[in-house]
Design a protein around this ligand. Structure first.
Ligand SMILES: C[S@@+](CC[C@H](N)C(=O)[O-])C[C@H]1O[C@@H](n2cnc3c(N)ncnc32)[C@H](O)[C@@H]1O
Length: 414
């Protein structure tokens, strides 16, 4: 019988994400690394290889590092997430970074002395560029990007791109405290005149300091963190553990990862930047509702009031189920799958995502070991959402999060 245990140890009240692994860049719905550390320790996992198929900003890698795991693999469809995870966990020489910064700065300031130089640069391909950026901001961002692109070393170039992405967001007309893309009010626009280069170098220096003092000292030579832009596909490797926090619903009605990252991704040169939300779990339409398993009843209830929403919810669980099948096939016998997830409410029906995850792993050769419920007090995500998807109607949802642990007991053919 599926059972959930309320475990206050995992509440981490008053603790923040950044106590030992500061954020180098804002990202939505990050997982508190302390959760991963707590559960890996409880399960006595302190070596081997780890996978995070939805790695986002890389919190699971922080947890793994803290527990002695040295080989970690991740993927995410959002290029901004991949960049963020890569920068945090790639070892770069501080001397080389400082040298690159000096050359970058000298060349950039020399270049902007002549206005014609700026005008000679091609305008970047950004959707509705004049709606989101003043001409002056766009010009300054173009110059920064031009000099970042000249950096030959990939790792150093990525490092420079991270504060650039934050600068894009901060100097755009977006409302910075929102995850979705909303433009500032017109009265705010009038007084908005950011010093783009100043913002960039300040962000660069912050990134540099956090990296130098919090990340780099933990990146010993034998540590490997490999991150890719892609959906997870069956891996030829048999991972010892999977630690992940998947999305808890489709991106359109829950956390809009693609929208949050759209401007940054476009400036980073990603041509599918505006299509990312449609590529994430639940992004594609389904023609039939899920009729079996623990989720079927909830979908039926949603369908009785809104057939379209029921199909959207089915699409999300269909994708999550297929992904779990692939993840399950990539874990060795005896290995563990740890998922941290919230149960969202749609049309007043709370969806048992935790139980769905346990069920899918059990269908794929696993035994469900534990589900802990923790109080959600510190996740960076909207505390209210619109379960009815009607404008203005919001409710407080997601007051808890669930930590689901399953163990592989048999090798099924995938
Ligand atoms: C809850 S967030 C992960 C947060 C992460 N644990 C952290 O702390 O930053 C879920 C992530 O899943 C990614 N995602 C959604 N659908 C995906 C898919 N089909 N394949 C790979 N990544 C996906 C999103 O881009 C997002 O970064």
């Amino acid at each position: 019988m599926y059972k959930v245990i309320r475990n206050t140890k995992y509440d981490y009240v008053g603790q923040s994400y950044s106590s030992s692994y500061p954020n180098l860049h804002k990202y939505p719905a990050t997982m508190l690394p302390q959760i991963g550390i707590g559960i890996l320790k409880e399960l006595n996992i302190s070596a081997g290889s780890m996978l995070d198929p939805y790695c986002g900003s890389g919190s699971s890698f922080s947890s793994g590092l803290e527990c002695g795991i040295k080989k970690m693999y991740g993927c995410d469809i959002n290029p901004l997430a991949v960049l963020l995870s890569k920068v945090k966990f790639t070892k770069i020489s501080i001397e080389k970074l400082l040298e690159a910064r000096k050359i970058f700065r000298d060349n950039l300031y020399d270049f902007i002395k002549n206005e014609q130089n700026i005008e000679s640069l091609p305008r970047p391909q950004i959707t509705n560029i004049d709606f989101w950026f003043s001409r002056e901001v766009a010009d300054n961002l173009t110059v920064i990007k031009y000099f970042i692109d000249k950096i030959k070393d990939n790792d150093i170039r990525n490092f420079f791109l991270l504060p650039f992405s934050e600068t894009v967001r901060e100097c755009s007309y977006t409302r910075n405290n929102e995850f979705k893309l909303f433009r500032m009010k017109s009265e705010e626009l009038l007084n908005f005149n950011p010093d783009v280069l100043g913002v960039y170098f300040k962000k660069f220096n912050n990134t540099f300091t956090y990296y130098k003092y919090f990340y780099l000292p933990k990146l010993e030579d034998d540590i490997l963190v490999e991150v890719k832009y892609s959906k997870f596909d069956l891996h030829d490797r048999n991972f010892d553990v999977v630690l992940t926090s998947p999305p808890y619903g489709d991106s359109r009605t829950t956390v809009a990862y693609g929208q949050f990252s759209a401007l940054s991704n476009e400036w980073l040169g990603i041509d599918y930047a505006r299509k990312i939300d449609g590529m994430l779990l639940g992004g594609q339409k389904l023609k039939e509702n899920i009729k079996n398993g623990v989720i079927a009843d909830s979908i039926y209830q949603i369908g009785s009031v809104d057939t379209k929403r029921a199909l959207e919810v089915s699409a999300f669980y269909n994708d999550l189920g297929s992904s779990i099948k692939k993840v399950a096939g990539s874990i060795r016998k005896g290995g563990k799958a740890i998922y941290v997830v919230g149960n969202r409410t749609v049309k007043n029906v709370q969806l048992p995502t935790d139980q769905f995850i346990a069920e899918k792993f059990e269908e794929n050769g696993f035994k469900h070991l534990i589900t802990y419920e923790r109080a959600l007090s510190n996740k960076s995500m909207p505390r209210k959402n619109s379960p009815t998807n009607e404008k203005g109607k919001t409710v407080n949802t997601m007051l808890s999060e669930y930590i689901i642990v399953c163990e592989k007991i048999s090798m099924l053919k995938n």
